[in-house]
Structures are given as C-alpha cells and as structure tokens.
Write a protein that binds this ligand. Structure first.
Ligand SMILES: Nc1nc2c(c(=O)[nH]1)N[C@H]1C(S)=C(S)[C@@H](COP(=O)(O)OP(=O)(O)OC[C@H]3O[C@@H](n4cnc5c(=O)[nH]c(N)nc54)[C@H](O)[C@@H]3O)O[C@H]1N2
Ligand SMILES: Nc1nc2c(c(=O)[nH]1)N[C@H]1C(S)=C(S)[C@@H](COP(=O)(O)OP(=O)(O)OC[C@H]3O[C@@H](n4cnc5c(=O)[nH]c(N)nc54)[C@H](O)[C@@H]3O)O[C@H]1N2
Ligand SMILES: [Mo]
Length: 761
C-alpha cells in the first residue's frame, strides 16, 4: 500500500483507472480472486443476480456487464472467502468484540451458523436451527400482546422474503414493521403521495436520454450510485444541462471518466464534465432555492398553462405565495446570491424536459417534506410530469428498499392492501398502525416492546441517538438478527439474543423444488429476477424466505398459510403476491421476460390518484430559522452526516474517502477556512463535536463525540460535514423531519470544543 498524507486534494475525474485499481484491491483483500471476477460478470445480468449495492436501475437487458467500483466492493464483501466460525465466537467475548470498530467487525467475513448468546460466558455459542426457531416462537407467544414485538427490515430483502415476512408479522397480530426507509426516503413518499398520488419517482432510464436539463439536489452519485454517472456522462455529452446543488463540491458531480469508455481512459484524458452549473447552498437551504426558482418562473410567466389548468389544483395561491417571497430572505436562507438563483431558474426555463433528482441531502432535514413538495411544485409549473425526459426522481438507497414497501413492509398499511391480504390468507389483519423506527426505539426504551427482530440491516448502528438506542436494545428480553455479516447489532443485544445467518444475493438458493430465483424492484419501478450462482458461504445457511417460513410455522401452529410448501418453490409465493399486490398481476410470467417488467406508474399518464385526483401545488413559506445556523446561539454550526467512498451505510469497507482526499481515517470533520479562523482552530486540530437540542421536557440536552480531526474544505461557512455512523450519538431522537419522522441527521446544530483525545492512528 502506498504511503500518503492523510489529507490531499483529488484532481482527477471520478471513476477512471483509480476506480479499477480500487476494485481489484477489494477483490484481493477479500481473497475472492477469479471467483470474484466471474461473480462480477454476472452482476445485473439477465441470468445473474441483482447487485446488492444500490437501487439504481441497470441497462442490462441486452448490453454487457456494467462496471461499478462500489458494486464490486459490495459483491466482494459478500463473496469473501473469510468466515466467522464457532471458533471465532469461542475466542472472543461479546464485550471484547464491542471494543472493536465497525471496520474490524465487517472484515471478519461471512457468518456461518446460527448462534445464541450465553450470558454465563459472555459469548455466542452454536444452536441448531429448530431450537433457534422454537426459542423465538416461545418468546413471541409469551408476550402479553403482539404489539410488544418489533420487526425491522433493511432494504436488501427480496420481494419474496419481504412479502412472507409482513404476512407472518400481520398473522402474528401487529403492524410493527419499521424499516430503513423510515431513516431514508420516507419524506419523499409522504410528500409525493399527497401531492401526486404516488410515492415513487415516475422517470425511467429512457427519460435520461431525453431530458434537456437534470437538476441534482443533495445526492452524491460518484460514491453512492456510481452507475448513475454513466447516464449523466452520456446526457452531458449530448448537451443536456446538469445542475448540481450541494454544499460540498463532490468530485463525481464535476468530472467522470467511464472505465468502460476507451476514450475516457486514454493517458492524460480528463473525463467528461458532468455539472454545467454547480451551486453550493448552505445546509437545509434547498427550500429557499426551489422557492426562488419558482418565483422567477411565475413572475416571468414561463408556466405551462394548459397543463396547470387540466391537471393541477392550487396554482393561484401558490403563485401568490412565491411572488410574495422576498429576495433578501431567499438569499439568506439558501446561502446563494440572487444572480445565482436567477441563473438556475433561467436554465430550468430554457429546458423543455427536466428531471429533478434528490437524495439524503434533501430527506434528512426538519423541513424535508416541504422541500420535496417545493421541488415537485417546480416541476408542475412547467408540466414536467408525464412527459418524455421529465419528472421527479428520488434516488433510492438499498437495492430493494422500494420493492420491500411495495410488498407491504410498512407500519401504516393501506386498508385495501390489508383487505386483500386478509382475503387471500383467510385471517383478519390488525388495523392499528404500528411503530416506525423512532417509535420502536422509544417503545423498547419504555418497556412497551420486549422483542426486537431484524431482517437484515444494522439497527444499533444505523439509528440516531446511539446512547439511548443502545440502552433501548439492551432492555429487550430477546433480540434476533438475520444477517450475512457480523455487525454492532449482534453485540448490543437483549437478555437473550440470536444470530440467524442467511444466504446472500450472490449464492445459489436451493429448495425442495430446485434452485430458486428471487425478485427485486429498482428505484425506477423495474421488477426483475435475481439468481445467485456461488456455492453458499456455509452449508448451515438458510435463505431469508426459508427463515421466515420456518419461524412462522413454529410461532403460528394454527395458521392456514402453507408456510413450508410456499418456500419449496418461490413461484408459489409469487402467485400469492400477484393476487394481493397492485401491479403484479401475472407476476411469474411477466418477470421472466427479458429485463423484467415496469410497474405501471400513474403519473406517466398524468393520472394523480390522490384525494382530489389532481396534482396539487403546496404552499410552503420560509420560516424564521428555528433550526438553521444561528438558530441556537450556543451551537452555531450545522453538521451534516454523510457517507465516505469506502462504506456501505454502517458497513465500513476501508478507511479512505478518495474523492474527498481523505486516507486512513474516518474521524474527520470538514470545515470552511472562514470557520476555522473565526472559531480559533487550524486544519489538523482535534475537536469534540457537541450537539444541542431540546429534549421531551423542553430542556436543551448536550450530546458529544470525541477526537475528530478538522479538515479545511470547500464548504459554506456555518456548515460542517462528518461521516456516520460515528456521529449518530449526536442525533437526538426528538429531531426529525416534520410528518415523515426521518431523523434529521443532516441538520445537527453543534459547537466545537478542543479535544482532550489523542489522535487515532
Ligand atoms: N457505496 C455506497 N452506495 C450506497 C450507500 C453507501 O453507503 N455506500 N448507501 C445507499 C443508501 S441506503 C442510500 S439512501 C444512498 C445515499 O446516497 P446519497 O443520497 O448520495 O447519500 P449521502 O452520502 O448521505 O450524501 C448526501 C449528499 O447530500 C449533500 N447534502 C447534505 N445536506 C445537504 C443539503 O442540505 N442540501 C443539499 N443540496 N445537499 C446536501 C451531501 O454533501 C452529500 O453529497 O446511497 C445508497 N448507495
Ligand atoms: N447519521 C446518519 N444516519 C443514517 C444515515 C445518514 O445519512 N446519516 N442514513 C440512513 C439510511 S439512508 C439508511 S438506508 C440506514 C441504513 O440502515 P440499515 O439498512 O439497517 O444498515 P446497513 O448498514 O445497510 O446494514 C448492513 C448489515 O446488513 C446485513 N446484510 C447485508 N446483506 C444482507 C442480506 O442480503 N440479508 C440480510 N438478512 N442481511 C444482510 C449485514 O449483516 C450488514 O452488517 O441508515 C440510516 N442512518
Ligand atoms: Mo438509505
């Protein structure tokens, strides 16, 4: 490994040879060699498996392998040859493992057999599958009420597993189905359902070929959706305007060299410019940005009158409100000048077909729902919905997070979905809404929830307010984690605890009816098959559908559902899905056509199936900054928590963040030169970050994390950035997006104080 200073500046285009090198390194480190290489060639192929990396769709129905560095890392870390065995658990107590960091835990490799916690030796010890299911069933049946159990889902779970899981949970008697979406794109769903009648984005990949402008708010595709850069590159080359709004200058939004485009890879080639305009608003400034752009469009009369008259409601009140917005407030709130905001609006007005994309930089704030509705208002003004090359594009995270919701993983299920589920399976589903992620933490903390079951994910590390959340998990009578890899949620556990290891996407899933394929739905509503081809990491793994079926059979002896027969052949599960889930008619046949099928999206036909049957303009005024920089005088800086290039959420692959120039460390905080000077620090100083927020009793509470290295960076004054999950202890359970309850993990008011900690190596 080359020696380099911990911080440098990355001047090359994103992608390029460095992406290839880093991919080979990931394969080498996981000792996957040629097996890994052939595994990769089957990623996102018609007869291969869906990449577990992200939810960006693939163009693979007829083309060849699409390269993605972070897809390689995700696959290499699943196809690793390293193993966590019973000997590993015999050697390490849980307390000793707890002292290790997330990078160490991930690096141990794949889990190999079911394990149960033995408090007498503070270790996990082997347990048989039947005994494990009997133990969970006994705990669940021993509860006073089914609502005392929480069933979490992360977004890698297949449609088949998710459908069975929510069915089991509802037959058991609760809607306590929190999921990772609660921490992710929940505000997008809340905003768009109300406004447009569907919570999903309506654009497809083909629209990226026809857009004349693509606006990207609060998203870092170079790291989190690298395959999106190939679309943006092609769009930029044909003259499409790409406009980025991001407090940080993210390398992937500036230049990209596609490793599969020979011209981009020539010596000295500089790649392709992505963003034609790059604006750096302050954190949380996007509501003001969208308001300012809407103001210009309305005042110049650059609206699509025909579309507005035929398909929308509420235009007049909306137009009045944006006309009334004052430039001075818009500039203060956005952190951009009037000239910049007018330029962005001109680009928007000049485009006959516009896509608006957004990610976590929009959804993880207090006013996320309002901001997303303002972005949709902007689209409505010019008829940019249900037109080729135009529409809203919330870019989802986990590879099947959208599909899991479609299959019923939701704590607030629609009544008609429950009606069909009950009719199909002959039971009366519970109607009361269940716990979302924040409710679940409170309920475990208060003793209202006693059992936590995690279908994938890493609840202990992904959630906010780490100290309270860990206390909540430790108060449970039983915690169960269905996982592929070792993580913190195995170590922060209830009185009794089980680890149930499962197959990953890349592996052959053999059931009584032969090898099985599962299905997933990507961020653009394409549903397709995924079948693994590696031998399982161990012969003691079960598939997620099999785990759910055997748990259900053990817990619900009187269930009319033929649990074990359903998992013999997943076509049987899909037949049931076809009868319950809208848009999945004839599922088994349609999913076997090349490339799968697109779930009909009503907005594409300018249908808006909300309460009024029309797209609705929503008025959202700027408020006096109750949460912005300056709102809490003792916490004058606003911190956003983001992903490095070497992590997948709580999974830490490595310690570099290449495009931001960080090498070998994660406890860093990016800060402007102006703030360094005004707060009396220098680049390289170690600080603690202290967040302030009122608790339930109204009194301001202090939370801190220690020993972060300050890194001078191109970021607006008043704004800071650092990585999660290290910073999750700073995010209060009481600080979340209005109406959607997504933790406001990108709007954390903090102050700095000199750190007593010694620099980590
Ligand atoms: N390799 C890799 N791929 C992933 C993931 C991963 O961890 N690693 N995670 C997956 C998941 S679950 C998700 S949800 C997605 C996440 O993908 P992203 O949405 O890209 O997530 P973040 O890294 O949190 O980056 C958010 C971006 O928003 C910017 N930002 C923060 N606050 C604001 C703001 O107020 N306004 C604006 N305009 N911008 C802001 C940040 O600077 C950053 O560039 O990626 C998915 N794909
Ligand atoms: N501060 C802060 N907090 C955040 C965010 C942020 O931006 N800032 N982002 C939020 C977002 S967008 C999200 S989506 C959540 C993510 O929250 P989660 O989805 O809960 O977390 P992950 O880190 O993706 O979960 C990783 C674990 O999943 C398991 N796993 C991997 N593949 C499989 C599989 O195929 N099956 C099963 N059963 N298990 C598997 C592995 O054991 C691995 O350790 O975090 C949220 N938390
Ligand atoms: Mo996410």
């Amino acid at each position: 490994m080359s020696r380099r200073t911990p911080i440098d500046v990355y001047l090359k285009p994103a992608g390029g040879w460095d992406a290839l090198r880093s991919s080979w390194q990931a394969l080498r480190e996981q000792h996957v060699g040629m097996k890994g290489a052939s595994t990769l060639l089957r990623t996102n192929q018609p007869a291969g498996f869906d990449c577990p990396g992200c939810a960006w769709p693939d163009r693979n129905a007829h083309s060849t392998f699409e390269f993605c560095e972070n897809g390689v890392k995700a696959v290499a870390n699943e196809a690793t040859s390293r193993r966590v065995t019973r000997e590993f658990f015999a050697t390490h107590t849980v307390s000793a493992l707890l002292a290790q960091d997330d990078h160490f835990l991930e690096a141990q490799g794949r889990l190999t057999e079911p394990m149960a916690y033995d408090a007498s030796v503070d270790r996990y010890v082997p347990i048989g599958w039947d005994e494990a299911f009997a133990r969970i069933a006994a705990a669940l049946r021993g509860l006073d009420s089914p609502d005392q159990a929480v069933f979490y889902t992360s977004g890698r779970t297949s449609n088949e597993a998710a459908f069975l899981y929510q069915l089991f949970v509802r037959e058991f008697g609760t809607n306590n189905l929190p999921d990772c979406s609660n921490m992710c794109h929940e505000p997008s769903g809340v905003a768009l359902v109300e406004q447009l009648g569907s919570g999903k984005g309506s654009v497809t990949l083909e629209d990226f070929e026809h857009a004349q402008a693509i606006f990207i708010f609060g998203q870092n595709p170079g790291t989190n959706h690298p395959r999106m850069l190939a679309e943006l590159r092609d769009a930029a080359r044909r003259g499409c305007h790409i406009v980025a709004f991001n407090p940080l200058r993210e390398r992937g939004l500036e230049r990209f060299a596609n490793p599969q485009a020979p011209a981009d890879m020539l010596p000295g080639a500089q790649g392709v410019r992505i963003a034609s305009e790059y604006y750096q608003p302050r954190i949380g400034g996007d509501l003001a940005v969208a308001t300012a752009m809407a103001k210009v469009v309305v005042e110049q009369g650059a609206i699509d009158r025909e579309f507005i008259d035929a398909h929308t409601q509420g235009f007049d009140a909306f137009a009045r409100s944006v006309r009334a917005a004052r430039w001075e407030d818009l500039e203060n709130e956005s952190g951009l000048t009037r000239a910049q905001l007018e330029q962005a609006a001109r680009t928007y007005i000049g485009s006959a077909a516009t896509i608006v994309c957004w990610g976590m930089g929009i959804t993880q704030h207090h006013r996320s729902v309002a901001t997303i509705q303002m972005l949709a208002n902007l689209l409505l003004l010019r008829g940019n919905i249900g037109r080729a090359g135009a529409g809203p594009c919330p870019v989802r995270g986990h590879s099947n997070v959208q599909g899991d919701r479609t299959m019923g993983i939701y704590e607030k299920p629609a009544a008609d979905f429950l009606d069909r589920l009950g009719a199909e399976f002959g039971f009366a589903p519970p109607r009361a809404h269940g716990f979302d992620t924040l409710d679940a933490i409170h309920a475990m903390h208060d003793g209202r929830a006693r059992v936590f079951f995690g279908m994938g994910g890493n609840f202990a590390a992904a959630t906010p307010d780490t100290v309270r959340t860990h206390a909540a998990l430790r108060r449970c009578a039983l915690t169960v984690q269905v996982s592929t890899k070792l993580n913190r949620s195995h170590l922060v556990h209830g009185a009794d605890a089980l680890i149930l290891p499962c197959l990953g996407r890349t592996e052959i899933d053999l059931q009584a009816g032969g090898p099985q394929a599962v299905t997933v739905e990507d961020s653009m509503s394409m549903v397709h098959l995924s079948s693994g081809m590696n031998p399982p990491a161990s012969d003691r793994l079960l598939s997620e559908p099999a785990i759910v079926a055997r748990l259900a059979a053990a817990t619900l002896p009187d269930s009319a559902t033929p649990w074990l027969a359903l998992v013999e052949d997943y076509d049987r599960i899909r037949e049931r899905i076809a009868r319950v889930v809208d848009g999945f008619e004839d599922f088994n046949a349609r999913v076997r056509t090349a490339g799968g099928f697109h779930v009909h999206h009503p907005n594409r036909d300018r249908q808006f199936p909300n309460a009024v049957g029309k797209a609705v303009f929503h008025v959202h005024r700027l408020l006096p900054p109750s949460t912005g920089p300056g709102a809490m005088p003792d916490a004058p800086l606003m911190l956003m928590t983001v992903r490095s290039h070497d992590q997948y959420n709580t999974t830490i692959y490595g310690l570099d963040d290449r495009y931001r120039g960080v090498h070998g460390l994660r406890r860093v905080v990016f800060i402007s030169a102006a703030d360094l000077a005004s707060h009396g620090y220098s680049d390289g100083d170690l600080v603690d970050l202290v967040s302030l927020w009122p608790g339930a009793d109204g009194r301001v509470q202090e939370r801190a994390v220690h020993g972060f290295r300050l890194v001078e960076y191109d970021i607006p004054p008043g704004c800071l950035a650092a990585y999660f999950p290290e910073t999750n202890p700073l995010v209060p359970l009481e600080s979340f997006a209005e109406r959607a309850r997504t933790p406001a993990s990108k709007s954390i008011p903090v102050r700095l104080r000199a750190s007593a900690s010694v620099a980590a190596s």
